[in-house]
Every structure is written in C-alpha cells, then in structure tokens.
Design a protein around this ligand. Structure first.
Ligand SMILES: NC(=O)c1ccc[n+]([C@@H]2O[C@H](COP(=O)([O-])OP(=O)(O)OC[C@H]3O[C@@H](n4cnc5c(N)ncnc54)[C@H](OP(=O)(O)O)[C@@H]3O)[C@@H](O)[C@H]2O)c1
Length: 332
C-alpha cells in the first residue's frame, strides 16, 4: 500500500488506516464479535493498513486490550494511535485533562496495548476546567519520557461549539495554535467524508500548511456511504445511529442521491469497486497528508477498505462528487 507521512516527526503509515472503534464502542454491542474483530485487525496489517486507531474510552478499555493482543505479536508492523482525556462514568462521559490523570492514563494504555511506546497519543477532548496548555504539556512530557512518539488532537464532536454559535473548526484552530506553542502537533483527527466535508474549509488547509497529518474520522459516514444500509432498517438503542439525525428513515431516504453518486463513480472504475472504496478514495484525494481511518469489525470490509488505495479518482470524478447535494439532517 502507498505510504503517507504525517507530522513534523515524519511518521510513516499506510495511506489507509483502520478505525477500531466499532469493535467495542458506538455501534450496537449485540453485533460485536471478538474473534472476527481480531481477524479484521490482522487482515488490515497484512494489507499494509498499519495505522490502528483506538482510544482508552472505547469499551471502555476493551478496545485497547484487543489491539494489544495483536500488537503483542506484530508490534513492528503496526502504528498505534490511541486517545486520552475522556472517561466513561455511570451516566455521562466526562473530560479529564489534569496532568496527573494524563500520566496515569498513558501508563494504563501502554499496559493494555502491551507495548513500550504509543506512536500517536491524541487528546480526545479538551477539559473545560483545565487550560489545554497544561494537558498538552503533560502529554509532551510523555514524549520526552519515551512513552509516546508524537501528539495529536481530536476535533470530532464539536457540537457544543456549534450550539454556542462558534464555528467548531475555528475554535479548534485557535486551540491548535495554543498547543503548538507548547509542543508540535503531529496530527489532527476530525470527521471528513463526502457527506461531512466541513474540515476542508479551515482545518485541512491549516494542517497542510504546517506539515501536520490529518486523520479522517468517520470517512464512511458511519456506514451510510457504503450503500449497504437500507432506509428505515432501524438501529438498536445502543447504536449511535439510533439518535443520529441523519439516520432517521426520512433522512436516510433523502440522502440517497449521495449514495447514488458514489455508486455511479464506482461503476466507472470497474464492477468490483464499491461505493465505500470511492468514499475512501475521495478522502485520499483531499491531500497527501490525509489518512482515513474507516471503522469496521469485519475482516472482509477491512480488506475492501484497504484496497481503496488502488482507486484513483479522476478530475471528473471529483467534480461529480463535489456537485452532489449537501447531506440533510444535522445535530443543530
Ligand atoms: N476522535 C473521535 O472523537 C472519533 C469519533 C468517531 C470516530 N473516530 C475514529 O474514526 C473511525 C471511523 O469512524 P466510524 O467507525 O464511527 O465510522 P465510519 O468509518 O464512517 O463507518 C463505520 C461503519 O461502516 C461499516 N463499514 C465499514 N466498512 C464497510 C464496508 N466496506 N462496507 C459496508 N460497511 C462498512 C462498519 O460496519 P461494522 O462495524 O459492522 O464492520 C461501521 O458500521 C473510528 O473507528 C475511530 O477510530 C474518532
């Protein structure tokens, strides 16, 4: 697979990564399959999809434990990115950016991941009660201690900013400028897909101008852009899509022209090319610093997604995809 370089620390990864979140978080627990998930991770590594994206809160903790089982056998082949700063409580998810907590959380992640060093340590969310420079300073200490190779910042889930009237990515850029004063940012992780292209406005150019990598989260639109979800199919109550405004039967039907557009482009590239692969190829085409992290717990989809690096979209394809109607259904 093509390799891409992210960040000032010049970290090399396969152009397409693997998002491990669906293996134990966000999507229905009833559909989680431990052994199949392990096979998916192994298959991704076999195909050169080296970046494995996880977080301590996924599960919580079980996602890192599962990735750790693979790393124990194949550490040299993998690039592990995990996250700190969110805790799963009984009722709520809470942010914790206190330096002492960050240090303890990193040691715990290293144990679960069965490794001496985390390749990319990402701040999952800013703690509103702790200046972000303090949290980032503690993370920088971990780099100096050799426990972490590089730092990243997540800008997903900025709904709170949206509701307060601040454009979420403007707030993220301000936060990035602040933490850059403390220690270099190697990667930003934010949502980027054909139906959520907002990061193209300020975040992606900010990263490109500074040699910062961009991890495209949710590049398949939580599965919608693969064309495998039937409008009105319904989701289990513990599946994030049960409450997601774009996944009501009405919005899933309204957004079908986007899937139809992906399908049209896929057909031009061959009978075996899928809408999911076109959606991933679109993220790759947004810049050489972009690495999509499609999530799956299925071996065959991990393979299908990894193969998307062979789909090269033409200028006409990109124009057609840019001309698709904007997605309907938002969190506002
Ligand atoms: N930093 C953050 O706050 C944050 C937030 C959200 C996500 N992320 C990262 O982004 C990654 C990706 O996000 P995501 O997993 O939520 O969304 P996604 O990658 O857009 O979509 C994942 C969904 O698509 C399905 N899928 C994957 N490949 C498929 C294929 N080829 N054909 C048909 N269906 C396919 C998966 O099904 P199965 O699971 O059933 O295989 C899953 O339901 C996560 O794993 C995580 O690493 C980060």
């Amino acid at each position: 697979m093509e390799r891409r370089t992210i960040g000032a620390a010049a970290l090399e990864v396969g152009a397409i990564g693997l998002g491990c979140m669906p293996m134990s978080w966000a999507y229905s627990r009833s559909r989680q399959r431990g052994d199949e998930s392990l096979r998916a991770v192994h298959r991704a590594l076999d195909l050169g999809a080296t970046l494995l994206d996880t977080a301590d809160m996924y599960g919580p903790f079980t996602n890192e434990l599962m990735v750790g089982r693979v790393l124990k056998e194949r550490r040299a082949e993998a690039f592990v990115s995990t996250k700190v700063g969110l805790l799963v409580g009984d009722q709520h998810i809470v942010a914790n950016g206190r330096p002492g907590y960050v240090r303890r959380a990193c040691d715990a992640s290293l144990r679960r991941l069965q490794t001496d060093v985390i390749d990319l340590y990402q701040l999952h969310r800013e703690d509103p009660e702790v200046p972000v420079e303090e949290t980032w300073g503690a993370m920088a200490e971990l780099v100096r201690a050799g426990k972490v190779r590089a730092l990243g910042l997540c800008a997903v889930g900025a709904g709170a900013g949206r509701r307060s009237g601040v454009r979420p990515h403007d707030a993220t850029v301000r936060r990035l400028e602040r933490v850059q004063q403390v220690f270099p940012v190697s990667a930003v992780q934010a949502e980027l897909s054909v139906w959520s292209p907002e990061s193209l406005g300020t975040l992606l150019p900010w990263c490109a101008a500074r040699g910062v990598g961009f991890l495209a989260a949710m590049p398949l639109g939580n599965g919608y852009l693969t064309g495998t979800l039937r409008p009105g199919a319904g989701f289990e109550p513990d599946d994030l899509r049960a409450r997601h405004p774009r996944f009501t039967a009405e919005m899933m039907a309204a957004n079908q022209p986007i899937v139809a557009g992906l399908r049209r482009v896929a057909r031009r590239h061959g009978a075996s090319v899928t809408p999911a692969q076109v959606a991933l190829a679109w993220t790759l085409a947004q810049g050489p610093h972009v690495v999509p992290v499609p999530g799956t717990k299925h071996e065959r989809w991990a393979a299908e997604n990894a193969a998307a690096h062979e789909v090269y979209l033409t200028a006409d394809d990109l124009t057609e995809l840019a001309g698709l109607p904007p997605a309907q259904g938002s969190w506002d």
